[in-house]
Design a protein around this ligand. Structure first.
Ligand code: PNS
Length: 163
């Protein structure tokens, strides 16, 4: 989709290979992608929005058409401010579907100019989640297949101090 902007929203607490796969695929489809660390009032986060933005940036130094920022309001308003045509979300198992469907319909109601597009998660990331990564790290497990090396230490340090 040429000359169009897409946004990739999420909590990204922390970003995982699953998120990065979706971001890279979105960057191949759109001229510009804005990754937005948005606030999910149902979640308690381990990292500040600025830390999460920093970790995402560290993971994608070579993606020239991707920007990363945080936003503390409604995603529909952020999309309108940026003139985004699409919200890109990754869909994992069926368990994601109802929640994602509800968000997509709500965002469409709030901003009829933006479409939500779902990308099927890659098979190896089917059951990967940020909370799983934090649990594994907290119990001394190996998180190397879930998050890039550049942010691994940041995660381990934070999990250690939160114990
Ligand atoms: O990674 P997550 O936690 O599943 O992402 C959910 C997120 C942050 C994209 C969602 O909670 C969101 O859009 N938050 C911004 C506030 C908002 O617009 N809420 C209404 C969405 S229907």
């Amino acid at each position: 989709m040429k000359n169009s902007i897409a946004i990739c929203p999420g909590s990204f607490d922390p970003v995982t290979y699953g998120h990065l796969d979706i971001i890279c695929r979105a960057a191949n489809m759109f001229d510009k992608v804005i990754v937005v660390v948005a606030s999910n009032k149902n979640k308690t986060n381990s990292f500040t929005p600025a830390e999460r933005v920093g970790m995402i940036k560290k993971c994608i130094p070579d993606l020239d058409n991707v920007e990363v920022e945080s936003y503390d309001g409604l995603l529909a308003d952020f999309a309108a401010q940026k003139g985004a045509k699409a919200i890109i979300k990754g869909l994992r198992a069926m368990s994601d579907f109802e929640y994602e469907f509800q968000m997509a319909l709500t965002n469409k109601k709030l901003n009829p100019n933006v479409e939500t597009l779902f990308l099927t998660t890659s098979a190896q990331n089917m059951y990967l989640s940020s909370s799983m990564v934090k649990q594994i790290a907290a119990m001394g497990g190996d998180i190397s297949s879930f998050v890039p090396e550049v942010i691994r230490q940041d995660i381990l340090e934070r999990i250690k101090t939160n114990k």
